[in-house]
Design a protein around this ligand. Structure first.
Ligand code: F6R
Length: 366
């Protein structure tokens, strides 16, 4: 059932191109100019009445929601907040009937996420669910459901479910933009074309999977490390850090690159690995200067850049490149090297990759 792979996690990492294709599936028009989200039953008037959006989820799904916030704000110009579900209810969030609440859950059974959904409905908000399980509790109770067609995810560490959630957010962001008219048709078409190129680009990263092994083995000898990034790279850094912690048991922290000098820089010492995401062209110069801050203190920097962007080679110890795409879409590519680094680091440490200690696949207690 592992189809020749040593672990479910690796199998699921390799299933991502298919998961992207299946999730986009028939939701893109044949002419490549628009998104068709028939599962969203909102009328154009209802979409226009949305004042703000709350994205609520736990763990990896929350990290997908951080990307979702940027995507929706960028494409549809609606203000978005992303919250951890276990915090959301207790901060008495301001939910009105003009608030759209988007809950994200692979399993559709996470207790905190379900409780947040119920609280949102009680306050009169419409709820859209992004879930991987048709007929799950979250799917049944939401008003509209966008199913991620990632297929069953067995490994505790989420990979293809996360990336399929990203695809769902791109589709939903485009849907809102086309309904509200916030983007030129050419921008929508360009984004859709770039989305359609992603599966092959993931395949290209996976063809090089072995190149991450040596660096992962080096990381595996450390007890602490950092991920840094700006903007969408910061959102992906948080997911990379969670993935590494949960399966390799190495302590890591994800930091917004610009925040380092406000405290964390004190922890940078000779040899500490720093994984620096630098795929956002508009922020590159600033990110490079943050990389130099850690390099100057002896960090061993692993840079993740993008083909076609200025090289990081001079500022980092190791450089990996993702294929070129739009800045908005980089998370769907840049997380893959981080999944591979975590996988190989866990393997090097002799851990149970698919069943990390203390964790369950579905968390049905609050
Ligand atoms: C981490 C992981 C968890 C889940 C979280 C939410 O790899 O899988 O952080 O993302 O428990 O689960 P779902 O998406 O089922 O609500």
């Amino acid at each position: 059932e592992k189809a020749g792979f040593d672990h479910f996690m690796l199998k699921e990492i390799y299933e991502q191109p298919k998961a992207y294709r299946d999730t986009m599936g028939s939701r893109l028009s044949d002419d490549g100019k628009s998104v068709v989200l028939n599962e969203i039953k909102m009328t154009p008037e209802e979409v226009k009445a949305i004042h703000n959006i709350h994205i609520v989820a736990c763990g990896t799904a929350y990290h997908a929601g951080l990307v979702g916030k940027s995507v929706i704000e960028h494409l549809a110009r609606i203000p978005v907040e992303t919250d951890v579900a276990s915090e959301y209810r207790y901060r008495s969030p301001i939910i009105t009937k003009n608030t759209l609440v988007v809950v994200v859950s692979q399993s559709g059974e996470t207790a905190d996420t379900l409780a947040a959904l119920r609280e949102a409905k009680r306050c009169g908000a419409r709820v859209v669910a992004i879930t991987n399980v048709v007929g799950s509790s979250v799917a049944r109770e939401a008003d509209d459901v966008i199913v991620t067609w990632a297929g069953p995810e067995i490994a505790v560490a989420s990979t293809k479910a996360y990336t399929s959630q990203l695809i769902a957010f791109y589709l939903f962001g485009l849907y809102l933009a086309q309904t509200l008219g916030t983007q030129e048709e050419a921008v929508l078409a360009e984004t859709i074309a770039a989305l359609q190129a992603l599966p092959e680009q993931v395949e290209a990263i996976l063809e090089q999977a072995e190149t991450y092994k040596a660096v992962a083995e080096k990381i595996a000898t450390h007890e602490n490390l950092f991920f840094i990034g700006r903007g969408l790279d910061y959102a992906v850094a948080q997911e990379g850090s969670l993935k590494l912690k949960e399966i390799s048991y190495i302590h890591s922290e994800a930091y917004a690159s610009g925040e380092l000098k406000h405290g964390t820089l004190a922890l940078i010492e000779e040899g500490i690995p720093v994984i620096a995401l630098a795929t956002q062209d508009a922020l590159l110069e600033k990110t490079v200067s943050n990389i130099q801050e850690v390099s100057a203190r002896g960090a061993y920097v692993i840079g993740i850049g993008m083909e076609g962007s200025p090289s990081l080679e001079k500022s980092v110890n190791e450089q990996f490149l993702i294929p070129g795409t739009l800045s908005l879409l980089t998370p769907a590519l840049s997380v893959v090297p981080l999944q591979l680094l975590s996988y190989y680091a866990s393997l090097a440490r002799g851990n149970d990759v698919d069943k990390p200690r203390n964790l369950a696949k579905s968390v049905t207690v609050e």
